[in-house]
Design a protein around this ligand. Sequence first.
Ligand SMILES: Nc1nc2c(c(=O)[nH]1)N[C@H]1C(S)=C(S)[C@@H](COP(=O)(O)OP(=O)(O)OC[C@H]3O[C@@H](n4cnc5c(=O)[nH]c(N)nc54)[C@H](O)[C@@H]3O)O[C@H]1N2
Ligand SMILES: Nc1nc2c(c(=O)[nH]1)N[C@H]1C(S)=C(S)[C@@H](COP(=O)(O)OP(=O)(O)OC[C@H]3O[C@@H](n4cnc5c(=O)[nH]c(N)nc54)[C@H](O)[C@@H]3O)O[C@H]1N2
Ligand code: SF4
Ligand SMILES: [Mo]
Length: 672
Amino acid sequence: MTTTVVKAACPHDCPDTCAMRVTVENGRAVKVQGDPDHPTTRGALCTKVSRYTERTYHPERLLHPLKRVGPKGSGRFERVSWDEALGDVAAKLAAIAARDPEAIVPYSYAGTMGLVQGESMAARFFNRLGASRLDRTICASAGATALALSYGRSVGMRVEYFAESKLILIWGSNSIASNLHFWSIAQQAKRSGAKLICIDPRRTETADKCHQHIALLPGTDGALALGLMHELIVNDWLDPDYIERHTDGWAELRERALQWPPQRVAETCGIAAEVVRGLARDYATLAPAAIRVNYGMQRVRGGGNAVRLITALPCLIGAWRDRAGGLLLSASGWHPVDTMALERPDLLGARTPRTINMSTIGADLLREASPAFGPKIEALIVYNSNPVAVAPQSREVVAGFAREDLFTVVLEHFRTDTADYADYLLPATTQLEHFDVHKSYGHTSVLVNHPAIAPLGEARPNTEIFRGLAARLGFDEPCFAESDVDIGRKAFGRSVDFERLDREGWLQLPIADAPFAHGGFPTRSGRAQLGGEYVPNYESRASAPELAARYPLAMISPPARHFLNSTFVNVQSLRSIEGEPLLELHPDDARPRGIADGARVRVWNDRGRYVCTAHVSERARPGVVVGLGVWWRKLGREGTNVNELTSQRLTDLGRAPTFYDCLVEVAAEDAE
Ligand SMILES: Nc1nc2c(c(=O)[nH]1)N[C@H]1C(S)=C(S)[C@@H](COP(=O)(O)OP(=O)(O)OC[C@H]3O[C@@H](n4cnc5c(=O)[nH]c(N)nc54)[C@H](O)[C@@H]3O)O[C@H]1N2
Ligand SMILES: Nc1nc2c(c(=O)[nH]1)N[C@H]1C(S)=C(S)[C@@H](COP(=O)(O)OP(=O)(O)OC[C@H]3O[C@@H](n4cnc5c(=O)[nH]c(N)nc54)[C@H](O)[C@@H]3O)O[C@H]1N2
Ligand code: SF4
Ligand SMILES: [Mo]
């Protein structure tokens, strides 16, 4: 028997980007483990990825190219050869491109976060073609835009140093579920005496384990941040020297903050005024104070401004002076990625195709040609994403994908909700079967992923599929012949020693311990730009009273611990842990509606209707209901999921979706 251990990286859309070791016996991967030497992985993977072999060798893996034979969406396919599939797809795209290449739209996100299997060969292909561009907003762009405005880029504290903090605010994040390795570091701090405070409308498993939980109403974080500023001002808790030397914009923001005394904040956020005062006191007096902000808070109308206000806080108290003080939302901006080399936007030449926002794909698939919009979308090439399940306002998304005149190609591992609508369904390799390199949005090392096993069946890497299409369309630029390893070598430019990365598996980037101790933000002036205002939700009692009268409950739909967005929902052992699609509601909301724990309920608003099981629980606060996870529609009840109810309205900054800005009503199914 031959046993080898291969250095790999977790490809999933998770801030932890773990370094992995894959044990291979006789060509078969038998075990996936965390690298004990990697500073944040520390030998541990989450439950989901520990079971990676179950996903890789899943009996339903797509192993051959498939062509649709039934009506759109029926999921009826027949097996075809790669030659036939690529030949047909290329011919169809060529015909559309001859009329107008912008009628072709790529649709992808972070099914893999790999820089090679993500936007490298694919982006080159679409740039050369002149296809529409995709605004990749579905997750992080509100917060990223806010960070760029405040600090210049997506940069923040080094995650390791939260271990030395004395106060950690976990703000809009369920770390145990979605940022496990940060949670281990926070636990270390807790053991050394740090206070942990969780700010989240839901009493998550993370909130359970913090010293304090502040259950504010969804979308009110900006008001809370202004209230904290108010208290920092009136109690003289500011660091005037840091503000003076390293920030701009305080005078104006200060005036705004003075309008938010604790009582006003309390009324807006649905919490007690004492809580606001106590939080401000802790923030000003327990040093070093660190904030782990996450994306939970930015999936509402005012999400961008909320992040902007929170990023001001560590500047106001000079928390950045210590390596264990400051804030972390995303570390992406520390990573030196050579996007030009990977994506080759120069292949566009003088063309500037329109941009389609992935968060409004439902509406856009249903639009006719017009001078403002451009051509009707005629072809959609989906890879690394499952839009039919994850994009907001499913009714429109499904209607769009169901268009008989839309040509849809899906590159996938499984027959997802989106795959069911494909005209061609092309089998892609998984991380164990292909090469890649990775950055991370939660830590500051770069990683390599070596293929551990041969591709299963006839699966091909995304890169190889786009190479094949490029060849058939006659694209003969040398970049289309580059191998995956060649692309990986270029990904970080000269900033990373590729040979060493390849040998060692991961490399720590050279980032200062306390990067902003003396200012030096990557803004034009080197100073943090303070700003932001409170922007209430589109859908709330205050901003839409008539709507709130009909739909009195605010619904949030954060990730489930054992899924990763819609990935893993089809892995039986993980689905068994999550059970079934649930809606958590507080006993005070359940009682008057006659809803018992375990009852089948219908959840609805003007956009749609969704059926699931009620979980009557104090994890939900009164007035807020929680529909966890992004279930596959076809594995939920009545073929729907929570995105039936969410809207395609966009955030204040970053053109991002507002999944958690959503009013609904709930009733027991038999109480019709
Ligand atoms: N296990 C698991 N891990 C994941 C994912 C997953 O699906 N499953 N998804 C990955 C992806 S794509 C991402 S983007 C990240 C997301 O990472 P996070 O943004 O950290 O996601 P969550 O851990 O769910 O934390 C969001 C929390 O915000 C809360 N929340 C909702 N609305 C508000 C609000 O208005 N204000 C505040 N303060 N809190 C609010 C929710 O109740 C939830 O507990 O996680 C990644 N990791
Ligand atoms: N209601 C609600 N909706 C949400 C969210 C929410 O909190 N609430 N969260 C949003 C967020 S934060 C995000 S990031 C999006 C995520 O949305 P998506 O990026 O669409 O993520 P997934 O649902 O995980 O789907 C990724 C797909 O990529 C496939 N894949 C993985 N690796 C490869 C590969 O190498 N090649 C190919 N061809 N395919 C591959 C997987 O099999 C999987 O089906 O969902 C959003 N939707
Ligand atoms: S999903 Fe996140 S925690 Fe789990 S192995 Fe991957 S990077 Fe690590
Ligand atoms: Mo995300």
